[in-house]
Write a protein that binds this ligand. Structure first.
Ligand code: NAD
Length: 349
């Protein structure tokens, strides 16, 4: 008989095309009047128009892995303009900064994700201080409202689309073999893999295909809820080390590492691998994911991302520093071999 404990994380989700136009209403719905907008040049004007006179301040300097120095600058802007609500439009970096501000001053948050990172539905904040990335979690970190506007993703470049979608895929894969997996997270994870598996080829053929883009964004949302509710294993711990301590780009790193970790875990998690393979329509999940990436000319090796054999011992030390549940036992030898394969991009067999 199954036993499990499951916590869902409450957020309001608005999904569709053109939904950015609801931003001012959503601010008022939360009782907000003064917004700090976090957005890069690509989305700033659109968001400011949608926010109207609720927009009183802007910050455009969000950076990957949420460096605390950047958060301090944005915090000054928020305090100087006496804001009550943060609206973040962008990828996981913009969302991470929004969460960092909410964690400090308790602002309400409305986030409009433009990549597939999934951070918008998790109560987790990763921050980098002096080259070390730490995470913390709490209800104040979870954005109150998520506005998914498929239109904002139509122009996401091909490589970014691929790596970000594989980043989402990783949340779903690890949820399927998580020690605390449950029927809800597993069903959602399978649907996420199915949507991502359908969306990637559609968008590769026609980058602005609204249905393919919708599949990817729905997949990203569902995979994000898996990340929020199921404990992640070796893949996420390793990517956390590679991003936080070696400065490797988040989604690219996930894309290279995922098939290697799936092979590492495959024998210990056969049912999860079967479900992933069935959802993707491939015979073998680890090599199927590798082939999906390679066929789209995506990154398959860590060497291209600047990670070398000399970096392996420190990465292994850091990845072994904390214990975490993972289907296969995580050993120094195993991790060293996995990273050696990832450096050269060896196809999992
Ligand atoms: P990102 O936000 O840095 O975006 C990557 C690049 O894509 C940037 O140059 C950005 O300007 C560009 N971009 C974003 N949207 C675009 C669009 N629609 N069109 C064209 N270009 C666009 O990277 P990311 O991969 O989305 O997020 C990574 C960050 O999110 C990392 O810091 C990671 O740790 C964090 N993250 C956190 C969680 C969590 O639950 N805490 C989950 C996933 C990711």
């Amino acid at each position: 008989m199954e036993t499990f404990t499951y916590s869902a994380h409450p957020s309001r989700v608005v999904f569709g095309s053109g939904t950015v136009s609801v931003l001012a209403d959503e601010v008022r719905r939360l009782g907000g009047r003064r917004v700090l907008l976090i957005a890069g040049p690509r989305h700033r004007a659109l968001a400011e128009t949608a926010l109207g006179d609720t927009s009183v301040a802007h910050f455009g300097g969000a950076a990957m892995h949420t460096p605390v120095e950047v958060t301090e600058q944005a915090l000054s802007a928020a305090r100087d303009d006496d804001v009550d609500t943060i609206v973040a439009v962008g990828g996981g970096s913009a969302v991470g900064l929004s969460k960092a501000l909410a964690a400090r001053d308790g602002y309400d948050q409305i986030v409009v994700p433009t990549t597939y990172a999934g951070s918008e539905v998790t109560p987790v904040l990763g921050e980098t201080r002096e080259g070390v990335k730490t995470t913390r979690s709490g209800p104040e970190i979870l954005p109150e409202t998520v506005v998914y506007d498929v239109d904002l993703t139509l122009g996401l470049p091909a490589e970014l689309t691929l790596v970000s979608a594989v980043n989402a895929l990783a949340h779903a894969v690890e949820a399927l073999y998580a020690a605390d997996a449950n029927p809800a997270t597993s069903a959602v994870a399978v649907e996420a893999v199915t949507r991502i598996g359908a969306g990637l080829p559609a968008v590769r053929a026609r980058p602005a295909d609204p249905d393919g883009r919708s599949d990817l964004l729905v997949g990203a949302w569902l995979a994000g809820t898996c990340l929020a509710s199921a404990g992640m294993g070796l893949h996420h711990k390793l990517c956390h080390v590679l991003g936080g301590s070696f400065g490797l780009p988040h989604a690219h790193t996930h894309t290279v590492v995922l098939p290697q970790v799936m092979r590492y875990n495959a024998a210990a998690a056969p049912s999860a691998m079967d479900r992933v393979a069935a959802a993707l329509g491939v015979d073998d999940a680890p090599s199927g994911v590798f082939d999906l990436v390679a066929a789209a000319d995506g990154p398959t090796d860590l060497a291209d991302l600047g990670f070398t054999e000399d970096d392996v011992p420190r990465a292994v030390d850091l990845a072994l520093r904390q214990e975490y549940p993972n289907p296969a036992t995580v050993t120094r030898e195993g991790l060293t071999a996995l990273l050696a394969d990832a450096i050269v991009g060896r196809r999992p067999s």
